[in-house]
Design a protein around this ligand. Structure first.
Ligand code: ADP
Ligand code: MG
Length: 197
């Protein structure tokens, strides 16, 4: 995920130049670099503690609104895992915490336009992310990211542009899409490896 986000820094910058302040590529890259550096120290951690460490690192290193929101997502996800929730339900709760923190919802032209459909699909429709589900999820993330182009921004800096925000993809929706697609690719590779064992 980190490598994929770093590879698309310029795209994220460009999208934020169009409807924000142009720092999303920089913010996300700083976070991705910090996570890559810290990863070796986290290898022994269980899922919940790993997600908590990830959330703290993201909060510390990603500036702007997206840092606070992605940090909240990982921290809540990790907390729910530690409380014994299944991973898909815990992720869903993480996304709900982003909605609360951002006072935003599906359709506001934010990262939530990618995160909410993904979380709902994972939690309510599939549970187990098998190869078929992974392909669907990748397509879902791409479609919903692309779809933010047609939306009018109601939250974040883009909201100041009103009608002028229409016609541009939301930068946060794009970073969420890239991260989710990379995660799905990683899981597919792991599934293929397990099947070939
Ligand atoms: P900033 O807006 O502070 O410059 P970034 O550029 O890093 O921070 O991130 C911008 C992205 O954060 C937006 O494209 C949007 O997806 C997301 N975002 C901003 N405000 C909100 C909010 N209230 N709720 C959900 N997502 C938001
Ligand atoms: Mg910005």
């Amino acid at each position: 995920m980190c490598h994929e986000l770093l590879a698309h820094q310029d795209l994220l910058t460009q999208l934020d130049v169009e409807i924000g302040d142009g720092d999303h590529g920089f913010n996300i890259s700083r976070g991705a670099e910090a996570v890559l550096e810290a990863l070796p120290q986290w290898r022994h951690l269980m899922d919940g503690a790993f997600l908590k460490a990830l959330g703290e690192c993201v909060l510390k290193h990603i500036g702007g609104a997206s840092g606070a929101l992605y940090g909240t997502l990982f921290l809540t996800w990790g907390k729910a895992v530690n409380q014994g929730k299944p991973i898909d339900e815990a992720f869903y709760l993480g996304v709900v915490s982003v909605e609360r923190r951002g006072k935003s919802a599906l359709g506001d032209k934010t990262m939530l336009d990618v995160l909410v459909p993904f979380a709902a699909y994972w939690h309510f429709d599939t549970k187990a992310l098998g190869v078929e589900a992974l392909t669907i999820v990748q397509h879902l993330a791409e479609t919903h990211c692309e779809n933010t182009k047609h939306l009018l921004a109601k939250k974040g800096r883009a909201a100041y542009l009103g009608e002028r925000s229409v016609g541009h993809i939301d930068p946060g929706a794009c970073s969420s899409m890239l991260a989710l697609k990379a995660a799905m690719n990683g899981m597919m590779e792991m599934t293929n490896l397990e099947q070939s064992d």
